[in-house]
Design a protein around this ligand. Structure first.
Ligand code: ZN
Length: 183
């Protein structure tokens, strides 16, 4: 079992062949994927501008892992703050937590269509999602849009309310994903 930090170090290791660094980036995205793996991967490819020929711009892999790490750091900080608060609460005899238990990083804003996901940086979106807390009043946790089609992904940013359980990935999603994955 490999950890996010050790895989992130591999991504940044310029001594390694670019394809191995790409594989390490995929491992990182398996550990931390706020939109689910497919949409998170597509987001990274687009936002870091990872070229088809990695040799053309291997530094793009570092941009991608930097963005992923920043998003993960936001989540870790929120979780740490929650755990500290819980420790204090338990020490003072409070069994039921006062606040919402923030989720860890997988699919906290699941996007069923790999090509439809928020476009802001992962850190910005993760901060927004975790800041929204447990109740979001029928609004999208990522962009705040009121969902006019309950059960469907947000019309603005593609996030599925309720996560991966209920999915409408959109037409040809699997075929489009195969194209993204093969590069
Ligand atoms: Zn949205």
């Amino acid at each position: 079992m490999t950890s996010f930090p050790s895989q992130a170090r591999r991504v940044r290791d310029r001594e390694l062949p670019p394809v191995r660094r790409l594989h390490a980036l995929r491992e990182c995205a398996l550990h931390f994927a706020p939109y689910g793996f497919r949409a998170t991967w597509h987001h990274l490819v687009v936002s870091a501008r990872i070229p088809r020929r990695l040799e053309d711009d291997p530094v793009s892999l570092e941009r991608a892992v930097d963005e992923l790490s920043e998003g993960r750091d936001v989540m870790l900080a929120v979780r740490l703050a929650y755990e500290q608060e819980r420790r204090l609460e338990k020490a003072s005899g409070r069994r039921v937590p006062r606040s919402w238990n923030p989720p860890d990083g997988y699919a906290i804003a699941y996007c069923p269509d790999p090509e439809r996901h928020p476009t802001a940086s992962l850190a910005t979106v993760v901060r927004r999602i975790l800041g929204a807390g447990a109740g979001s009043d029928g609004r999208c946790v990522a962009c705040g849009t009121v969902n006019s089609r309950p059960g469907w992904a947000c019309a603005v940013c593609g996030v599925q309310p309720g996560g991966p359980r209920t999915c409408h990935a959109g037409p040809d999603a699997d075929a489009r994903w195969a194209r993204i994955w093969r590069r």
